[in-house]
Design a protein around this ligand. Structure first.
Ligand code: NIG
Ligand code: FE
Length: 412
């Protein structure tokens, strides 16, 4: 099967060389080819160029993209897509004055999601997650990381990870699984947090690793959840079982979690709404990528991750949705890009780099995803006719996507 996309108004994120991450001031550079074509064979991008060089190129299917923009599908490196039900009542409670922390303290929040999930069958959990994932692919997501974390017991965490494994098998997009066993201290362990961390270290991590259900280890490193000592035990055990750290850190408080993550060679540090100069310094000496989640800041009305300080310090930055029922009930990457430009003062070029190639880096797939490069997977977004790529981040709330191509095939 071969497909030729012609008359592309702007072919965005075209890379001659297989760049796998962009950092600092390079993030402002977004290579664009005007009046272009792309040739796909099977699931791979094999050629691209300008329309004056298209003569003689044949394909079984031709897609005319006159007036449209083509870019790599979004790479969403941080989601909690598998969850049961919703937390709309807590949303209303917050509008009426309660805080996220207060809701969590009275047994709502993550514990509420865990209770619902424990009562939900694996089949029904899969069906809910599958419906969400279909919607996200139509919104342009072509690679995704999905965490456990609403199980809070071995059985339920493994149930979540099995649902992720099934999504990975059934869906054509890239799915990366993460074990987030330490997301909150479950009710039965409220006065015995150390006992719960023992359970995570001695049983959950080995079980997930032995069944090859996870590639990454995550912890909610935060006041009132898991402190530095807990986090270190979990990162150490995870690393020993071959799981790389990707951790929730500095969402509400900065107290050294970033340094700890770097010490364990974390692939990414995610959230960072609270960030101090020490954190930036330690990140500069590492391969760890910071990940910002503006949908969470928007929904909880908390500070936005200081993207300017991060990028201006020469660091890379990725953008992801954090899709979850409590702090970001939207998996729409298009909104995330707009929010990053509007609220975090990222340029459209930086936001697109952060949501494609750098998102792919934060899932260790940037050698195959996240840019238009010969030999890479043909996971592409074709927009509706729009003035230019900047318009994608400007006209927030509009669905500007016409077609999504996954592995060379139109996703319908
Ligand atoms: O990334 N911060 C921790 N975990 C999720 C939210 C969890 C929830 O409220 O359900 C997050 O924001
Ligand atoms: Fe999260």
């Amino acid at each position: 099967m071969s497909t030729l996309i012609t008359n592309i108004k702007e072919l965005v994120q075209v890379r001659e060389n297989n760049v796998t991450i962009v950092k600092g001031s390079d993030m402002k550079n977004l290579p664009v080819l005007k009046n272009a074509y792309v040739l796909i064979e099977h699931d791979t991008i094999v050629e691209y160029g300008t329309m004056d060089n298209v003569d003689g190129i044949e394909a079984e299917e031709i897609i005319d993209a006159t007036g449209k923009i083509v870019l790599p599908a979004w790479c969403d490196s941080h989601t909690h897509l598998v969850y049961a039900g919703n937390r709309v009542q807590e949303f209303v409670d917050r509008i009426n004055g309660l805080t996220y922390e207060e809701i969590a303290k009275r047994g709502g929040g993550i514990l509420n999601s865990a209770e619902m999930l424990q009562k939900t069958s694996e089949e029904y959990l899969y069906n809910q997650a599958s419906d969400r994932l279909k919607k996200l692919i139509k919104l342009g997501t072509g690679a995704i990381e999905i965490k456990s974390g609403y199980g809070l017991s071995i059985e339920s965490e493994l149930k979540m990870l099995r649902v992720i494994k099934r999504l990975k098998k059934v869906f054509p997009i890239k799915v990366k699984p993460t074990l987030l066993a330490a997301h909150a201290v479950p009710k039965d362990y409220l006065n015995n947090k150390v006992g719960f961390v023992d359970l995570v270290v001695d049983q959950m991590i080995p079980a997930a690793a032995n069944e090859r259900l996870a590639e990454y280890i995550d912890v909610f490193c935060e006041k009132g959840y898991f402190d530095l000592e807990d986090t270190e035990r979990i990162l150490k055990a995870g690393t020993e079982h071959g799981l790389k750290p990707k951790i929730h850190v500095n969402q509400f408080n900065a107290f050294g979690g970033v340094g700890l993550a770097v010490k364990y060679n974390a692939l990414s540090v995610d959230h960072l709404e609270e960030l101090n100069p020490e954190d930036i310094k330690v990140l500069k000496s590492s391969e760890t990528i910071p990940v910002a989640l503006p949908g969470c800041s928007y929904f909880l009305s908390i500070p936005y991750t200081p993207a300017r300080s991060i990028i201006d310090a020469g660091l890379p930055l990725a953008l992801a949705t954090d899709y979850n029922p409590g702090s970001a009930p939207s998996g729409n990457m298009n909104f995330v890009l707009a929010a990053a430009c509007i609220k975090m003062k990222m340029t459209p070029e930086e936001a697109i780099n952060a949501a494609t190639i750098n998102g792919a880096y934060a899932m260790e797939v940037s050698n195959m995803y996240g840019s238009i490069c010969r030999g890479k997977k043909a996971n592409l977004i074709i927009t509706k006719p729009i003035p230019n790529y900047q318009y994608l981040t400007y006209a927030f709330g509009d669905n500007l996507i016409d077609t999504v191509i996954i592995n060379g095939i139109k996703y319908e």
